[in-house]
Design a protein around this ligand. Sequence first.
Ligand code: KG4
Ligand code: ZN
Length: 363
Amino acid sequence: MPTATAAPLVLGIESSCDETGVGIVRGTALLAHEVASSVEEHVRFGGVIPEIAARAHLEALVPTIRRALDTADVTLADLDAIAVTSGPGLAGALMVGVAGAKALATALGTPLYGINHLVAHVGVGMLDGVRPAQWDDLPADLGALLVSGGHTEILRVGRISSEVELLGSTIDDAAGEAYDKVARLIGAGYPGGPVIDRLAAEGDPRAFRFPRGLTAGKFVGSAEEPGPHRHDWSFSGLKTAVSRAVEQFEARGLEVPRADIAASFQEAVADVITAKAVRACREHGLTHLMLGGGVAANSRLRALLADRCRSAGIELTVPPVNLCTDNGAMVAALGARLVRDGVAPSDAWFGADPGQPVEVVSV
Ligand code: KG4
Ligand code: ZN
């Protein structure tokens, strides 16, 4: 086990989806944050193609590491540890990062940490400049709402290096995936989130009353007797409702009211995500909530979440958007924390785990 170091120099590698991210931190100070995205290569398919993402990581990994080292003005020999996302994520994409990190760590004799991607999203909140000025550290019992193309989860983070619990998650599509699919239905392009967000600004969010998934009594239950999906989300019914609405206009030869559909869809997503997240926080006594994931860029989600947190007495933290989307800085930040807390590095035999549970902070 390494001796706990006050401010270890850690390089973090992220490759769970379509971003090759490399970050370097010294303790909680961010020294470098480089990202190479393969998003352009997925545009014509309207979604991330795992094989293309894995190939792009392979090409981007070494140059991105080089750029990060240059920016931070450090060498590989200076590193106290390397951290890499071991899961959850796309298997082939994860494997590239894990293999690269293992090769580096073995060649350098540096401790290696295989860490959880979801917990790393929360880890970004420890960085200087992201952490609210009034916090010395992450508060105990922090809520984390993660919303991206790959995940929609609400977590309770008791202690980031060792105690993380999943309170609720999507049972089908991730919110970002729903955005991407709906954007396809209305011919708005990819990635769907930013285009729908823009289109929604010109539409009426009350034009259509789209369903809020898993809000019926049998799923939700009560605080005393929770239903099976009290804190979970589902976006498949919403997607079907949008598809029907589009079909009805097309069948009648009418122009599809794209802006109204976008605004009403966005309202349904933001409403159900924020309502359920705030309820989960209240019922678990969480008075701080951190937002993460690419959908954190969404204007309506941010506004509604801020309103509802304020009403519920919950302190909300939203990192800058470039640290909400997938990146290596968050991996490095969590890695540095594990070193500081004296957590043992991973053994040499761990592999990529596409389904790594959130409770497994490091492997
Ligand atoms: O965290 P992220 O970069 O990683 C992946 O999951 O790949 O998130 C990307 C997702 C995409 O689904 C994209 O459509 C969504 O974030 N997104 C948004 C917005 N900007 C990006 N969704 C809603 N509104 C936005 N403004
Ligand atoms: Zn992510």
